[in-house]
Design a protein around this ligand. Structure first.
Ligand SMILES: O=C[C@H](O)COP(=O)(O)O
Length: 247
């Protein structure tokens, strides 16, 4: 396989460059956004307070870059009212993709109705505004059974409430990249967890995020069927580098 060609033609269509630190310096954030524009990534993933800046830069550059932001990040345990408020603001500021953190602690406590309600109402809001909606399930906090169960729960809410054409606009996403794991547990997407998500959330889409550091991993995940790769190493991967030790 010609890796360079593969990266250009396939990886870039899926690549989301994540810059989710709470960086306040506008020039630093603008440089990240410019980098994503210059590398022709699919999307720049930034904190909600940076969405308006990204929108302005994308419009000025006439770039195809889309803008994603995180909602109720990184813990996902805020109220539904707050999730919807944050999402509404992000929509007003020009976000294309809304990556909501599922209240995975409520899920672990078997508060399934609470989780279903947030998935339903958050998705409804996003799709009404023609946005892509992603649900971050935080795989490192869950065991395999819970990953399967939560993927199925999200899938069932979407199938029961939305039309078929909407299914691919809703994603199950692996990780925030910010979860503090017990020693030895990988904080993020692994091939194993991604396979579980793909098998149990179809026909929804899957985004691999958290700890993706090499083009081999990215290519393997794309070949398995993920539609997006979210990583703070997007530039290194696009250059065919191994960023395992640098991030
Ligand atoms: O949404 C994307 C994640 O924050 C990326 O995680 P990462 O920094 O481990 O690549």
């Amino acid at each position: 396989m010609d890796v360079k060609h593969y990266l250009d033609s396939t990886y870039l269509k899926t690549a989301e460059q994540a810059n989710l630190s709470e960086e306040k310096n506008t020039e630093v954030v603008a440089a990240y956004i410019q980098e994503a524009i210059d590398h022709h990534f699919k999307l720049i993933m930034i904190r909600p307070d940076k969405v308006a800046l990204a929108k302005e830069m994308v419009l000025n550059s006439k770039s195809q870059l889309t803008i994603g932001t995180v909602i109720d990040f990184p813990n996902g345990d805020g109220s539904l009212e707050n999730k919807l408020k944050e999402a509404n603001l992000a929509i007003q500021n020009g976000a294309d993709d809304l990556d909501f953190v599922v209240d995975y602690k409520a899920f672990i406590n078997e508060e399934f109705d609470k989780v279903k309600k947030q998935v339903l109402e958050g998705t409804e809001l996003g799709l009404q505004h023609h946005k892509i909606v992603k649900w971050i399930i935080e795989v490192a906090a869950l065991n395999d059974h819970q990953i399967i169960q939560l993927s199925v729960l999200i899938k069932n809410v979407i199938i029961a409430n939305f039309k078929e054409a909407d299914y691919e606009k809703v994603f199950v996403k692996s990780s925030t990249g910010f979860y503090k794991t017990p020693e030895g547990v990988p904080n993020g997407a692994t091939l194993h967890t991604i396979k579980l998500m793909l098998e149990n959330s179809f026909p929804l889409s899957v985004k691999a995020a958290g700890g993706v550091r090499t083009y081999q991993e990215a290519v393997e995940m794309i070949n398995l069927g993920v539609k997006r790769i979210g990583t703070s190493a997007a530039k290194a991967i696009a250059n065919g580098e191994d960023a395992s030790n640098g991030y």
